[in-house]
Ligand binder design. Structure first.
Ligand code: BG6
Length: 482
């Protein structure tokens, strides 16, 4: 007797599984989006029975839901769940797992563990012949902390899974508002003729967080903002904004276009770093009205050269974008949580309105906390004066959250990604060459910082980063849009 499919989650008792993966799977099931025979096996070190594991999952789902789960929905979902205890480096674990899943036709493995376990887990699965097609594997970021380590992980996984069966998660690609970037650009004719260096002056991509590093210090201190956020989330956003129109939503069409953008990023030379990059580290300050500790205090550390803020000025060397600055900025303990992309258009070539200041059009795409698109346009104010026209910029606003409020609740990014991986569609996952091209660009910056002795500048928690971040844009006559 064979089952149609099984999803095995390694790291099933960990933070990500608890906060995101199990609630996402529960919601998918509640919405009847999981195939009826799909089983879910949790694998982790803790010695739990199936019953105890189900009880843990129930608690996580209810925490997310904010209320008890309805009995019938829970009964259906929990019947899918079972548990395989064991250490990732113990061959016995894979023997036990094999006995549980050998009969499943399609196996999807989700590695929600520390990246140091990726290679032992893949080798363990291979030792029990559990990696053959159509088995697939989903891996979480970070895939390495440099090009070299990323290649090593990709190489080790690639020995047992060919590339179409590897799903590298960047959870930003699962966000509704991020997917809407593709719709905005390619389901409308309005923007495409304007989407180039002739009309666009610069682009800003900001992902700002108010939280500090909290209990993730030991992971974070080894990575910093450039590896934790820029190498993946910010560069993926940049790809979606800058890529050429793909010929379809097919995984290879979309990813071919994204990797071309990454390969066209102008390498930042050591001489560019002081003017095109800014590193910061938060010190004591205020966040959401509360006094908060410094980064070093958060980690009880005496010193650290890790940046919690980074701002960069990137260029894409191709016909469409030549010399258009793409400003990227991300940080912890910034004044508010906000992720947005600003497309700043050029000013009119000649004003017929005398001395009246004309503000250039600006398209702002807010990804979170609210999903909104607004376009600023110059308008005439309804006043009479001797001096002719009085003009003012007004916003044309589209609130996606309001437009779809009655139709659907806000989904967790992982719901979409899990569903796509289970359905074997890799459009929203990062291909090996993309991950490696992104590391190539980022590595050069990190190595340059070390060579040039560029250390993070302090910024008070609750501010928009070190002063250098403002100079970065002002140098080109531009200003950040907050
Ligand atoms: C993760 C980073 O990938 O993304 C975290 O490791 C960061 O440091 C998080 O806080 C931000 O994700 P989101 O969805 O809250 O914007």
């Amino acid at each position: 007797m064979t089952n149609p499919g099984v999803l095995v989650i390694f790291g099933a008792t960990g933070d990500l599984a608890r906060r995101m993966l199990f609630p996402s799977l529960y919601f998918l099931d509640a919405d009847q989006l999981l195939t009826s025979g799909l089983r879910i096996v949790g694998a982790a070190r803790s010695d739990l029975t199936d019953e105890a594991f189900r009880a843990e999952v129930k608690t996580s789902v209810e925490e997310r839901l904010g209320s008890p789960v309805p009995d019938a929905t829970w009964a259906r979902f929990s019947a899918r769940l079972s548990y395989c205890p064991g250490d990732a480096s113990d061959p016995g674990t894979y023997k036990r797992l094999s006995a549980m899943i050998r009969g499943d036709q399609e196996r999807v493995y989700y590695l929600s563990t520390s990246p140091s376990l990726y290679i032992p887990i893949v080798n363990g699965l291979a030792s029990e012949s559990l990696t053959g097609a159509p088995s697939r594997i989903i891996v979480e970021k970070p895939i390495g902390r440099s090009l070299e380590t990323c290649e090593a992980i990709n190489g080790a996984i690639g020995k047992h899974f060919d590339e179409p069966r590897i799903f590298r998660i960047d959870h930003y690609l699962g966000k509704e508002a991020v997917q809407n970037l593709i719709a905005l650009r390619f389901a409308n004719t309005l923007f495409e003729p304007l989407w180039n260096r002739h009309t666009i002056e610069h682009v800003q991509i900001t992902v700002a967080e108010t939280l500090g590093v909290g209990d993730r210090y030991s992971y974070y201190d080894d990575f910093g903002a450039i590896r934790d956020m820029v190498q993946n989330h910010l560069l993926q956003l940049l790809c979606l904004i800058a890529m050429e129109p793909p010929s379809s939503m097919n995984p290879e069409s979309v990813r071919n276009e994204k990797v071309k953008v990454l390969r066209s990023l102008r390498p930042l030379r050591d001489v560019d770093l002081p003017v095109r990059t800014v590193r910061g580290q938060y010190v004591r300050g205020m966040s959401d009205g509360q006094a908060v500790a410094s980064y070093l205090e958060d980690g009880s550390a005496a010193e650290s050269d890790t940046e919690t803020f980074v701002a960069l000025c990137a260029h894409i060397d191709n016909w469409r974008w030549k010399d258009v600055p793409f400003y990227l900025r991300t940080g912890k303990r910034l004044p508010h949580r906000s992720s947005q992309i600003v497309i700043q258009f050029r000013t009119v070539p000649h004003s017929i309105f005398g001395d009246t200041h004309l503000m250039a059009n600006r398209l702002t795409i807010r990804l979170q906390p609210e999903e909104e698109i607004s376009l600023s346009l110059m308008n005439k104010t309804p006043t009479l004066s001797q001096g002719g026209y009085e003009l003012r910029p007004l916003e044309l606003n589209l609130s996606l959250s309001d437009a779809f409020r009655s139709e659907i609740r806000r989904r967790i990014a992982y719901e979409r990604l899990l569903l796509e991986a289970i359905n074997n569609n890799s459009t929203l996952f990062v291909r090996r060459d993309e991950a490696e091209a992104a590391w190539t660009w980022v590595d050069r910056i990190i190595e340059g910082w070390t060579r040039s002795g560029i250390r993070p500048a302090p910024y008070p928690a609750g501010s928009w980063g070190p002063a250098g971040a403002f100079a970065l844009t002002e140098r080109n006559g531009h200003t950040w849009s907050e």
